[in-house]
Design a protein around this ligand. Sequence first.
Ligand code: NAD
Ligand code: WQD
Length: 363
Amino acid sequence: MDARTSYGGARTASTPSTVLVTGGAGFIGSHACVDLLDHGYEVIVVDDYSNSTPQVLTRVERIAGRFVGAVYELDIRDRRALSAVFDRHSVDAVVHFAAHKAVGESTRMPVQYYDTNVGGTTSLLSVMHEHRVHQLVFSSSCAVYGDTGGGPLAETTPARPTNPYATSKWLCEQILADVCRYWPQFAVLCLRYFNPAGAHPSGLLGEDPGGVPDNLMPYVAQVAVGRRERLRVFGGDYPTPDGTAIRDYLHVMDTVEAHRVALDHLADAPGMRVFNLGTGTGSSVLDVVTAFGSACGRAIPYEIVGRRPGDVAELVADASAVARAWGWRPTRDLAAMCRDAWHFQQLNPRGYAGSARRPSGEE
Ligand code: NAD
Ligand code: WQD
């Protein structure tokens, strides 16, 4: 276990609390660290760098102008190492991002997905309970809804996960609900994100998938920067206005702001609450192609190919519950997501230089 000492940074007397961020070097976790540091939180990161690089945290500190309190390179399933972190720091709440997240990969490696995503969560919960830390924000996913047949998806929509990744998130939610039922000290907020996209406006942080990107926005960004020849649009025959599939893209900065708001509301009530994080606005693949073309000033070459197995025509959030509960709404649109993703891609055409890649990562 590698601990970094605190540099002191710019903590003030008004710093509200200490938050442990699992997966803090990842795409969403790194943006969350910046946002939390910007808002006076003390941040402790644990990450095994299985899908990230320590360099990201240096950038986090550069943007925030403050230092992360401590960084531990560890696998959250290693209870002894995780416990030592809680021994060392007085943690008030945990934001739990660490997981494997690729749907396709989960169908090839189901056991690893359950092991990391479910086993990692149970390990974290037991260590938290031992250390009397009972406040948790959990990264869930719209993937739990599965193939719903379209229409805005409210949190009451029954979960029908269709792949091991989605099932792992649904299992975590059920475990968390049980934990809250039988250990009533716990307060848990499960946030089901739709499609986080974009990057930090500084261009220093963004989405840097190893190998060929699975997700649309980083793929389009790599086409725009000339790393890939053209986008393959999976399916032009969906029952949507332009024939391409519709998703609810949410700026990563809006995504992480919602986590900070969630932290502020954890103490409102014990037990588990679930909220969608989305904009409620659907964009088709061709909408994204057009918006990105405007952002980068050149047309994105694409060809329409067959549908990707497992894809559905439309996934859009009913995002009204979180707005009603906390008055929180996303403020950034698709143009901002494309602008910021492009800025990151321009400044980092090959991603985080020297980053550790998954061994299977293909360039
Ligand atoms: P990411 O892969 O960029 O970040 C995950 C981080 O967790 C990485 O830094 C990785 O090294 C770390 N990690 C993985 N396994 C670990 C382990 N066993 N111990 C310690 N660290 C470990 O992914 P992301 O896009 O930032 O996603 C963060 C969370 O949000 C995940 O739980 C994911 O399932 C969820 N989510 C993501 C999306 C999306 O589209 N990005 C959508 C919905 C939900
Ligand atoms: C978006 C649209 C593709 C790539 C995934 C996970 C989901 C959640 C969010 C974690 C689809 C199309 C894509 C390409 C394309 N993640 N596409 N060409 O599949 O909606 O959701 O990320 O929880 O669980 O499944 O996102 O970005 O992969 O695809 O045409 O090269 O873009 O078919 O319609 P998806 P995505």
